[in-house]
Write a protein that binds this ligand. Sequence first.
Ligand SMILES: C[S@@+](CC[C@H](N)C(=O)[O-])C[C@H]1O[C@@H](n2cnc3c(N)ncnc32)[C@H](O)[C@@H]1O
Length: 325
Amino acid sequence: MSHAPVLLAEAMDSLALRDGGVFVDATFGGGGYSREMLARADCRVIAFDRDPDAIARGAELTQSAKGKFTLHQGRFGDLSLDEPVDGVVFDLGVSSFQLDEAERGFSFQADADLDMRMEKEGPSAADAVNGLSEVALADLIYRYGEDDESRRIARAIVQARAAAPITRTLAFAKLVEDSVGGRRGARTHPATKTFQALRLLVNDELGELARGLSAAERALKPGGRLVVVSFHSLEDRMVKLFLTARADAQGRGSRYAPDLPPERAPSFALERKRATAPSDEETARNPRARSASLRWAVRTEAPAWDELEPPSLAPKAEAEWAKLS
Ligand SMILES: C[S@@+](CC[C@H](N)C(=O)[O-])C[C@H]1O[C@@H](n2cnc3c(N)ncnc32)[C@H](O)[C@@H]1O
């Protein structure tokens, strides 16, 4: 089992690695990015992952990198560093390790408990499926899964769980498939979006991203690079809005709007406005890269802005989930 890092060369180029620099890998996963950072420059890497299994996998690199590499278990939303850094990279979502280990319950390729907890703690996807109201489930699947069939799926879930709790990945995927009338020739499984919605909720992935982007903004030195690889439109949209808002005020600080408070001076410079997508060759080699999108920006000297508010996309589901958590 392994994880093929996505957009690896592009992420490394965007980080502008340099000898003597200090860089953060906010999502260690299988360590593909961290290893490449250490191979490309005589730098130090501080890495994080919230998944205890990823931390265990990193022990060997901690040893072999001889003081150049440290790995911490924790959420990047809580990122707080003792020193300003030259770059922070996020490679969002789940690793192939998490997807391929059936018992983690992220995938419907194999039968397992409906789990999906990156930290292996707290309420699971099964708790959401069995505990949220029909209206909250529909809200969740529509907003986080961007699935137009959300109401039908939510109704089917509520009917099925009245007979017995829903606990297994395959049975749940089949329930979703049947609720929308089967595959109907679709390229992706009809449960894909529902699984995505549950994963985002269970791990508060959008809240984490909002807090993580702001934490990186505070941690970066002037001239430091923020690099984010995202895998679906909700994430990419948040990164794009975060960077364009913080770069857009460019020049306004003095000439155009002298009254603008200093904390609103642009905290990032966006040298490339468009996202970078993987090459055809990479998507052919690694289907997981298909939806990837990379954005990067350079930190300016201006103070960090107020922390980004996590979007409340599915308020009913979020409120009910908070009570279950
Ligand atoms: C796509 S993988 C990273 C793969 C890595 N770049 C590599 O090359 O092996 C994403 C990793 O981020 C971790 N992760 C997701 N959200 C996180 C968060 N809020 N804080 C810390 N780690 C997180 C996951 O547990 C997973 O291991």
